[in-house]
Structures are given as structure tokens and as C-alpha cells.
Design a protein around this ligand. Structure first.
Ligand SMILES: [Zn+2]
Length: 445
């Protein structure tokens, strides 16, 4: 009975905490850039239940068990450790605890691990639709890990805020497909569960924070690898001129991995491109001269009337922020460029540099999104965030004190963290009388 009450309490707490963070859960299509002919699912942490549609097939899936799902006529075939359960519309694997980790091995694609639930159906006889139904903030930590590099949790805090803002603005991006997001750059990269405590720390510290304009609306938060020293106006890359996506000087993006690039193109190819594709008269000496000596001390939107974004796409350039010279020996055109990406909004490497210089995360966001501000959702539980941050900081410090210590799956920091949190919540909140009355009446377990 006590165990049952604790479960009830955990469920209640979990629901309360989830509703406090804008979006409770999201559905994300995994391996959306691949054709998946079969998938093998194993269980790294916690216990899962397996359903074929709404029929319970296996109540307890754990370590040592493998579920095999393949497309079949009118659905998917489901087998567990070689025993075939038949064909269903959807194979569902539900986590029975807050700390559950799945290991996904699709045929021909690199293995990944995820938290939360898994729903597998088939597009056709040779392609599975794999959906991860997961807590929003857990998804976000996975996105942050996939989208930015670094070692300081403030870097991840900045990325978490812009990725959270993007996700909340774009919850309906794949509504017609039946899920919220794909796991590819079309939405935001979500290539694995978050496996690093420092990334989880930055994400947790940013709980409830989003970026809004002066009217309090969530802003569009584009970002790119490196601005090359100056960000771009939104209208120079896309159509709309947004007040918070203005070009700003960004020396923080200098001297980083993606600050500079060079590309050599034959002179004929370069000039023929403008002559054929854009109908410029390259026989004209002044036109030729402009195309061969084009210089950007400041970012331009066009070269002789041609959108630089188009030139970037057609030549596969890292950015539109380049200068043209000619190699005196070979006569080839040499593009000397700065930065990587479209250049609009936040520069990730600029952010990494700014964090290294000790600049506060909110100042970084204001630097890249002109006039925008950080909104804090007052409904997010401070106690919850604070406890989580304290515990995870402890785990990071323990790890630092024992570098290179091999950990078993049972020692996974996330499982440890959730166990600590559950215990903490039980100790603080457990009131047997109150829960007996409220829990028993409200929830069917
Ligand atoms: Zn997408």
C-alpha cells in the first residue's frame, strides 16, 4: 500500500512539475533523415511496458531483452527476444518510471539512446515511423547537446533558451505529419538523449526562460555557427525584416574554429556563372572587374544585384561574407570568407567566446537579438529547479574528483539524478494522511 501511495505521489508531482514548464511533452520523429527497415530496441535503464496498439504484450521489459519491430502488411510486426507477437498498427514502449533509457539500433544506422516513450508504426513496407514521446525539457537537453559544443554550462544555458523559444513557437511544425518535431536540422537536431551533466545543468538553470519582443511575444530565434565578425539583417537572408534580427558587429566570433574560410574557383567558372545564371555582361571590363575584386568590409546583401545567399547556395559556400581576389600564379578566383552559416541572429561561437570572457548569458542574448528580453515564467517551481541544480552540481563535482572512473549502466548520472530527486520529493512532500484522501479518490492506479 505504501509503495502504491508513493507511486501516486510521484505521479502527482510529476504532473504538477510538467505543467509548470509551458509544454509538458513533445513527440519527435527519430531518424527522420533515414529510411528504417527494421529496428532493435533494448533497455539501458528502468522498466518499460510493451503494447501492440492498446493490448499489453509484455509488462516488464528490462535489461537483456530486445524488441524487434519491422514493417509488415498493414502495420508492424513485433517480436521480443525472438518470440513473435504478430502484427499491430503501432508498437508502443512505455516507461514505467521517470528514469528510463531506451537503446535504439536501427538496421544500417548508428545506435542512439533516448528517454521517454517510443511509438513505432510503418509508412510503408520498407520504412518505419519512429516517434519519441518525451518530457519537453528532456528533449531540449538533447537538442542543446546536438546543437552546440563547449565546456561551460552558461553556453548550454544560452542555447537552451533559444532552442526552447524556437520549440515553443514551432510546436505545430509537423502537425500534419502527426508529431511536433523531426530530429533533423529542419527543426532542431536531437541526435541522442543528453548524456552530459553539464549540458543538463545549463538546460535546467534556464528552466522557464524564453526570449520575447517588446510586446511579450516569443521571438524567432535563428542561430548559426559563426557570424564572421558581423551578423546579417534578416531581410538580407530571408524576406521579413524583423526588428530584433538586425546586423550587429560581432568581434566575439573572431579566432574561433569557423571564423575564416577560403575557396578557390576557376575564373571561367566564376564569370560564366554570373553570365549564364544571372545574365551579367562579363565581357564588359567594369563588370568583370567588380566580380573579380568584390570586397566586403561590412556585410553586403548583393553582388552586382545578385543575392549573395543565392551565390552561397550555388557554390556551396560557408557564408555570404566573403571577398574576391585572384591568385596571381594560377589566375584562379580566391574567395576569402568569414564565418559559417546564414549569419542571422545568434552566433554560437561568438557565444562560446563571450561566455569564456565572463559575459552574462542574458547580455549575450541581448547582443544578438536587438531589443529582445528574457521572459521568466513565474509558474516554474523554483524549489524544483534549485534542488535539481544543486544535485547535478554535486554529481559534476564528484565526476571531476574521480576522472576516468568507469561507470556501470546502473551508475548513469541521469538515473542517479532522478533517484535523488524522487527521494528528495518524497521526503519533503510525503504526508500520508493527505495523500490517502486525495490520491485514492482522484487517481485510478
Ligand atoms: Zn522538422
Amino acid at each position: 500500500m505504501v509503495k502504491r501511495i508513493i507511486k501516486l505521489l510521484c505521479l502527482t508531482l510529476f504532473l504538477t512539475l510538467s505543467t509548470a514548464t509551458f509544454a509538458e511533452r513533445v513527440t519527435v520523429r527519430l531518424f527522420s533523415n533515414n529510411r528504417i527497415e527494421a529496428i532493435y530496441v533494448s533497455f539501458d535503464l528502468g522498466i518499460y511496458s510493451l503494447y501492440g496498439d492498446s493490448q499489453l504484450l509484455e509488462p516488464e521489459l528490462g535489461e537483456g531483452m530486445t524488441v524487434e519491430v519491422k514493417p509488415a502488411a498493414n502495420g508492424v510486426s513485433i517480436a521480443v527476444n525472438g518470440y513473435n507477437y504478430g502484427t499491430f498498427q503501432t508498437a508502443v514502449m512505455r516507461a514505467t518510471d521517470t528514469a528510463c533509457i531506451l537503446c535504439l539500433n536501427p538496421k544500417g544506422v548508428k545506435q542512439r539512446t533516448y528517454e521517454g516513450d517510443l511509438l513505432i508504426s510503418a509508412f510503408d513496407r520498407s520504412n518505419l515511423k519512429i516517434i519519441n514521446d518525451v518530457d519537453f525539457e528532456t528533449y531540449l537537453a538533447g537538442v542543446v547537446q546536438s546543437e552546440i559544443y563547449g565546456t561551460n554550462s552558461d553556453i548550454f544555458r544560452v542555447q537552451a533558451i533559444i532552442s526552447r523559444t524556437w520549440a515553443l513557437r514551432n510546436m505545430k511544425k509537423h502537425k500534419a505529419d502527426g508529431y511536433n518535431f523531426c530530429d533533423y536540422v529542419h527543426c532542431q537536431a536531437y541526435q541522442n538523449r543528453c548524456v552530459r551533466p553539464d549540458i543538463m545543468l545549463g538546460t535546467m538553470q534556464s528552466s522557464g526562460e524564453t526570449i520575447v519582443d517588446k510586446d511579450g511575444n516569443l521571438i524567432d530565434t535563428p542561430f548559426h555557427s559563426n557570424s564572421g565578425g558581423q551578423t546579417a539583417n534578416s531581410e538580407d537572408v530571408w524576406r521579413a525584416a524583423l526588428p530584433y534580427l538586425r546586423s550587429v558587429k560581432d568581434t566575439f566570433s573572431f579566432h574561433m574554429r569557423q571564423s575564416d574560410w577560403t575557396k578557390v574557383i576557376s575564373k571561367d567558372k566564376w564569370l560564366n556563372y554570373f553570365a549564364k545564371t544571372h545574365k551579367l555582361n562579363t565581357q564588359d571590363a567594369s563588370v568583370r572587374n567588380t566580380l573579380l575584386t568584390f570586397t566586403q568590409n561590412e556585410r553586403q546583401a548583393k553582388i552586382m544585384g545578385v543575392q549573395l545567399t543565392r551565390v552561397r547556395t550555388d557554390f556551396g559556400l560557408k557564408s555570404t561574407f566573403f571577398t574576391v581576389t585572384t591568385d596571381p600564379k594560377s589566375g584562379d578566383v580566391v574567395l576569402n570568407g568569414h564565418g559559417y552559416g546564414h549569419g542571422v541572429g545568434l552566433s554560437q561561437e561568438g557565444t562560446i567566446r563571450m561566455v569564456g570572457l565572463g559575459i552574462a548569458y542574458d547580455s549575450i542574448i541581448r547582443h544578438y537579438y536587438s531589443g529582445a528580453k528574457i521572459h521568466y515564467d513565474p509558474s516554474v517551481s523554483q524549489r524544483y529547479v534549485q534542488n535539481f541544480v544543486t544535485e547535478i552540481t554535486k554529481i559534476i563535482e564528484e565526476d571531476k574528483a574521480n576522472p576516468g572512473k568507469k561507470k556501470s549502466k546502473k551508475d548513469d548520472w541521469l538515473g542517479k539524478l532522478f533517484r535523488v530527486r524522487d527521494r528528495m520529493d518524497r521526503e519533503e512532500e510525503y504526508d500520508p494522511e493527505k495523500d490517502l484522501k486525495e490520491g485514492e479518490m482522484k487517481v485510478e492506479w
